[in-house]
Design a protein around this ligand. Structure first.
Ligand SMILES: [Zn+2]
Length: 263
């Protein structure tokens, strides 16, 4: 983690500093090497929030937000502590996930935060990125939007992230690792929504800068419910139009008034 407590003040790791975990109050070790970003680690066995390892990718994303929004601790009704990677002033929790997370832990966080999104490092495994590039060919664009639908999201995204109840943003380019997530719009984040419409999954392409702008100002990255309704309406229209053009293609039946009038 980035912050531990020194005399009850949030403190960043520096060599030789002694601090305590804000979650479980256990002493923490300052890890200040050259391989990883400087961070705090629990001593030996720990019975605390399962911590995401502090990779550059992880820290790069967290650092796009004010320090006061990072590693925010909240308690549930049972008094259990939950630590959000980022919790914005607007009530949105953002969890950045580089490594595997057990399904149970995933569901627990979604249930606790309610208004949250995942940002997943899609560049961790080479296979993940190439699978996405293959699967993306099956995306059908909704004209005039950056929204896509697909019947087979499993062709594009890791199985473990298909059953979330909150939006999942995949960062396939390792945008934060380059330390410029707010930079170019060439690399998109791909957001898989939890909803399905007529068996279709909905995917939105969102630029990292749009993501950050929204996260810093609003309670939602984009209006998910509106997008779902828009897709549902479009699909309904397509069905109706499809049915109509089929009707037009039929030869006119004889003996009906408007056929006589037309003739
Ligand atoms: Zn702890």
């Amino acid at each position: 983690m980035r912050f531990a407590l020194v005399n009850d003040v949030r403190w960043e790791a520096s060599p030789g500093t002694i601090a305590f975990c804000p979650g479980c109050s256990q002493p923490m070790i300052a890890r200040c090497g050259t391989q990883r970003v400087w961070h705090w680690a629990h001593r030996g066995n720990r019975n605390c929030d399962p911590w995401e390892p502090e990779t550059r990718w992880h820290r790069g994303w967290k650092d796009q937000f004010p320090a006061g929004w990072q590693e925010v601790i909240q308690r549930d009704e049972a008094g259990e502590k939950h630590i959000a990677d980022v919790k914005t002033e607007y009530g949105l929790a953002i969890e950045f996930q580089h490594s595997h997370l057990p399904m149970q832990e995933k569901s627990a966080r979604e249930a606790f935060h309610r208004n949250m999104v995942w940002v997943v490092d899609g560049a961790r495994l080479k296979r993940d990125r190439s699978r996405f590039q293959q699967g993306r060919r099956l995306f059908k664009p909704i004209p005039g939007t950056s929204i896509f639908i697909t019947r087979s999201p499993e062709e594009s995204f890791p199985l473990a992230w298909l059953t979330c109840t909150t939006p999942v943003f995949f960062d396939f380019e390792g945008i934060a690792a380059t330390n410029e997530p707010s930079g170019s719009n060439r690399s998109m984040l791909w957001c898989l929504l939890p909803e399905r419409v007529e068996g279709q999954a909905i995917v939105a392409a969102v630029s990292p800068s749009a993501f950050l702008n929204a996260a810093r100002k609003r309670a939602q990255i984009f209006p998910v419910q509106t997008v779902v309704e828009m897709v549902a309406t479009r699909l309904r229209h397509e069905r109706v139009l499809g049915a109509r053009s089929w009707t037009y293609a039929l030869p006119p039946r004889r003996g009906r008034p408007f056929h006589r009038r037309d003739a």
